[in-house]
Ligand binder design. Structure first.
Ligand SMILES: Cc1ncc(COP(=O)(O)O)c(C=O)c1O
Length: 436
């Protein structure tokens, strides 16, 4: 069985003639016969070119926090673009977005940009400029976008290339990246306080930033151990290092104020994107006054032709307004909790060792072990083959998380209790089918 119906297949063949591998981002490629062509979305559903409906738990890898084609957001964008889209001057919409982020996330200053990768790239430059240092610490299995500096030891890197735990190697996650720049990254397993402390104490004078995802949004939603984020905060304070929390996935999703609110930790710099605009391209770099003011014109470069454009800012104003005024996260949490509990029960019933990781708005399903995973190395010891089999059985039946277990399940405000019940029924069938 393949996922593509006849129309999807014909369109994907056409796509592959014009677009390498038929996709505009490699993460979307599920192979020649299973990569979908989606024609429309509405709320929590998407429909492929054959008209097949899916309950969507990929949600474009996280951005769709309210639902696809969410009327209030689309309407606001349509209204605002009547008056132009790009001026290369400050607009009232940009001011509103920055003010809302300040309020929701308790940051002092905000600069806007368009994608998560741009945000992390600029944030790293700001941290380097602020400290006058060039290296940074980051963690295996964390992802910070398509920036060359960060493309080592992500969850796409080979497990075998990571070296030993005590002496980890920054492993290239892609060809085409100069190996020389690996010298800037000190890559460590996440959640290991001892390794972190000794790395900082040995090299603090070279280290501009500790860059991290507060929970592993690109590796099954693995959570930080209690006290670990506090340790990062304390080490940054003690050694004059910039704490750079990458909230591209967690921001405006795990709480209105993101992971800073959820875990009760304020970072020096924070990056946002995804849920900020409910699927419209918009991102932000935010943080403390002193660090953010490093972007002085003429001193430290930050720019972008499309930064703060009307389309993205209008979408962000509408999305953040709904987040502030409606019980969005609360509702998703309830549905997500029911889903996590239901999946847990089904897997237990089927005698499949597992751990449900993450939080209800973005959770992971780790198979093959009852040991809670704490880092990327733990994750690779799980049964990713079984996960993928269950993922394909789910997709065939119209439930669409990513079939790669590193990608969490994302939920949106439009998901109903009935959708959760339907998902659990299908999950039960998918597990039986995958086991048979
Ligand atoms: C934590 C994190 N940082 C950065 C990025 C890059 O964002 P974008 O794909 O918008 O460039 C991602 C994308 O998934 C991400 O999950």
């Amino acid at each position: 069985m393949t996922l593509q119906g006849p129309k999807t297949q014909a369109l994907f063949e056409r796509a592959s003639e014009a677009i390498p591998y038929g996709v505009n981002s490699n993460f979307r490629y599920w192979g020649k016969e299973d990569t979908l062509v989606i024609e429309r979305g509405d709320g929590t559903y998407v429909w492929d070119a054959d008209g097949k409906r899916y309950i969507d738990y990929r949600l474009a890898f996280g951005p769709i926090i309210l639902g696809h084609a969410y009327p209030a957001v689309n309407q606001r964008v349509q209204e605002e673009i009547q008056n132009g889209t790009l001026f290369a001057w400050t607009t009232p919409l940009e001011i509103q977005v920055a003010e809302r982020i300040k309020r929701l996330c308790q940051v002092d200053k905000v600069r806007l940009t368009n994608t998560g990768s741009e945000a992390t790239m600029h944030a790293l430059r700001i941290a380097r400029a602020y400290t006058g240092r060039e290296k940074f610490i980051s963690f295996e299995g964390h992802y910070h976008g398509m920036v060359d500096y960060f493309m080592f030891s992500t969850a796409s890197a080979s497990r075998d290339a990571l070296g030993s735990r005590r002496s980890p190697i920054a492993a290239r996650a892609s060809s085409g990246i100069p190996l020389d720049i690996r010298k800037y990254m000190i890559s460590l397993p996440f959640n290991d306080p001892e390794l972190l402390e000794s790395a900082v104490k040995a090299r603090w004078f070279d280290i501009a930033a500790i860059v991290f995802e507060p929970m592993m949004g690109n590796c099954a939603g693995i959570m930080p151990k209690p006290g670990y984020l506090e340790q990062i905060r304390a080490l940054c304070d003690e050694f004059g290092i910039v704490m750079l929390m990458d909230e591209v996935k967690t921001g405006f999703r795990i709480a209105n104020g993101g992971a800073q609110e959820y875990f009760g930790i304020q970072s020096d710099l924070v990056t946002y994107a995804k849920s900020m605009g409910n699927g419209f391209p918009i991102a932000a770099i935010a943080g403390k006054e002193e660090v953010m003011m490093t972007v002085e014109p003429g001193a430290v470069a930050h720019g972008g032709t499309y930064s703060g454009n009307v389309v993205g800012t209008a979408a962000a104003v509408a999305t953040l307004d709904i987040l502030e005024n409606e019980p969005v996260i609360e509702t998703i949490n309830r549905r997500g909790q029911a889903l996590m509990t239901g999946i847990d029960e089904i897997l237990a019933e089927a005698d499949i060792p597992h751990v449900i990781t993450g939080v209800p708005t973005m959770f992971g399903v780790f198979l093959g072990s009852e040991q809670v995973p704490h880092d990327f190395r733990d994750y690779t010891a799980g049964d990713s083959v079984l996960y993928e089999e269950i993922g394909m059985e789910l997709a065939l039946r119209g439930v669409l998380p990513d079939s790669d277990g590193r990608e969490p399940w994302f939920l949106c405000y439009s998901l109903s209790e009935a959708d959760v019940a339907e998902t659990l029924n299908i999950f039960n069938d998918a597990v039986k089918a995958a086991k048979s």
